[in-house]
Write a protein that binds this ligand. Structure first.
Ligand code: DAH
Length: 386
């Protein structure tokens, strides 16, 4: 900028002043106005300078959307704010001549609008850049192969147990559960298997101490229920049982039984047969034929085992029924009066029947599984098949 030279002329009072028409001004960044001699710096030129400076600064904002937003706000304050450069020019308009004022005012407004517009469009650009970036970051590629949710399923043993439970619940039974670690008294003594009884031989088990065992059967649940409940009783007690057997294709030290017990007035062997025959038909189909063979269990009298006619060969004999034509399903019998007495139930008034189902054998036949060990290995390739 050239140094200013102000031409002074005497006014009416003989005081030397700069003629108003010859004055121009320039806004001072620090506020206030420098009056300039007209022609030295053109008003228009000044507004143009503000315009192009603002434009250049707006163009030069950071490419990072977040920074850019802050920068734009600073520019808006710098040019259009209360103490901004353009505002300073507008403030100085009072010093202009009547002819100059509308002209400069018009240009100043245009410049303000121009800057406003530039800032607005830069803002819009930033916003769309931000949302584009967000979209990019959060993009979901719907063509990507989905993640397969491997749904689990019930173990085959659990599946068959559910079926058995359903059948008996349908007959009015409720489910009872008890401890795996059982007192010798419940597992043997109360079931009429005193110490040194030969039945203990076939049910050798794991002793926790002299009086405590891992239960060899679910039958102790009969005692536990009868001790606490007076008849009528109709319960089903599924659970894990233990015996000290070596592992092979048909033996496991851990397996499952489902115990049943019915005690009421006037319960007879006919109820036992009717109930268990119905159970067999529900589980294996309506055409299933059952038979009851005499057997011995210390806690029932009389005792029986129930077979079904082989569903694979129809009784002719095959691999499944080991050529016998019949398949053993469960043990059963009328609850021994001694057992009722042990549980505080009057055997003169009440009678009952009980049964015990070996769950694994039923499951093995159902799915043609030939090795018991598969049940306990939990190999997913095996479990997935059922
Ligand atoms: N607890 C017997 C066993 O493990 C099975 C059994 C037979 C249970 C006859 C009973 C029953 O309730 O009446 O071999």
């Amino acid at each position: 900028m050239r140094p200013l030279y102000l031409r002074k002329v005497p006014n009416l009072f003989g005081i030397w002043v700069v003629p108003r028409k010859e004055l121009s001004f320039r806004p001072n960044v620090g506020g206030g106005i420098f009056y300039l001699y007209k022609g030295e710096i053109d008003m228009k030129e000044m507004l143009e300078k503000i315009k192009s400076a603002a434009q250049a600064e707006i163009l030069g904002i950071s490419p990072e959307p977040e920074k850019a937003a802050a920068e734009l706000e600073n520019l808006r304050i710098k040019y259009l704010g209360k103490k901004g450069e353009l505002t300073a020019v507008l403030r100085g308009m009072g010093a202009l001549s009547a002819e100059e004022r509308p002209l400069v005012g018009k240009i100043a407004n245009e410049v303000r609008e121009f800057i406003e517009e530039k800032i607005e469009s830069a803002k819009a650009e930033i916003e769309s850049a931000m949302s584009a970036q967000k979209l990019k970051e959060e993009k979901i590629d719907v063509t990507m192969p989905g993640k397969k949710n491997a749904a689990g399923r019930l173990h085959p043993t659990a599946q068959v147990l559910e079926e058995i439970k359903d059948i008996f619940i349908g007959l009015g039974f409720s489910i009872a559960e008890g401890p795996d670690v059982e007192l010798d008294y419940y597992n043997f003594e109360a079931l009429n298997i005193p110490k040194n009884h030969p039945a203990r031989d076939t049910q050798d088990t794991f002793y926790i101490n002299e009086n405590t065992v891992l239960r060899t059967q679910t039958s102790p649940m009969q005692v536990r229920v009868m001790e606490k409940t007076q008849p009528p009783i109709r319960i089903l007690a599924p659970g894990r049982v233990y015996r000290s057997d070596a592992v092979d294709a048909t033996h496991s030290p851990v397996f499952h039984q489902v115990e049943g017990l019915v005690v009421d007035k006037g319960v007879t062997m006919a109820d036992l047969k009717g109930t268990l025959d119905l159970f067999a038909k529900k589980l294996y189909g309506e055409e299933t034929v059952t038979r009851f063979r005499p057997h011995h269990f210390p806690f029932t009298e009389p005792s029986a085992e129930m077979d079904i006619r082989c569903f694979s060969c129809g009784g002719k004999g095959c691999r499944l029924c080991k050529n016998e034509g019949w398949i053993e399903i469960l043990g059963a019998g009328m609850v021994h009066p001694k057992v009722l007495k042990n549980c505080g139930i009057d055997h003169e008034v009440y009678s009952g029947f009980a049964f015990g189902i070996g769950l694994e054998r039923i499951v093995m036949r159902r799915f043609d599984i030939r090795d018991l060990r598969l049940f306990f290995e939990n190999d997913i390739r095996f479990l997935k098949q059922f």
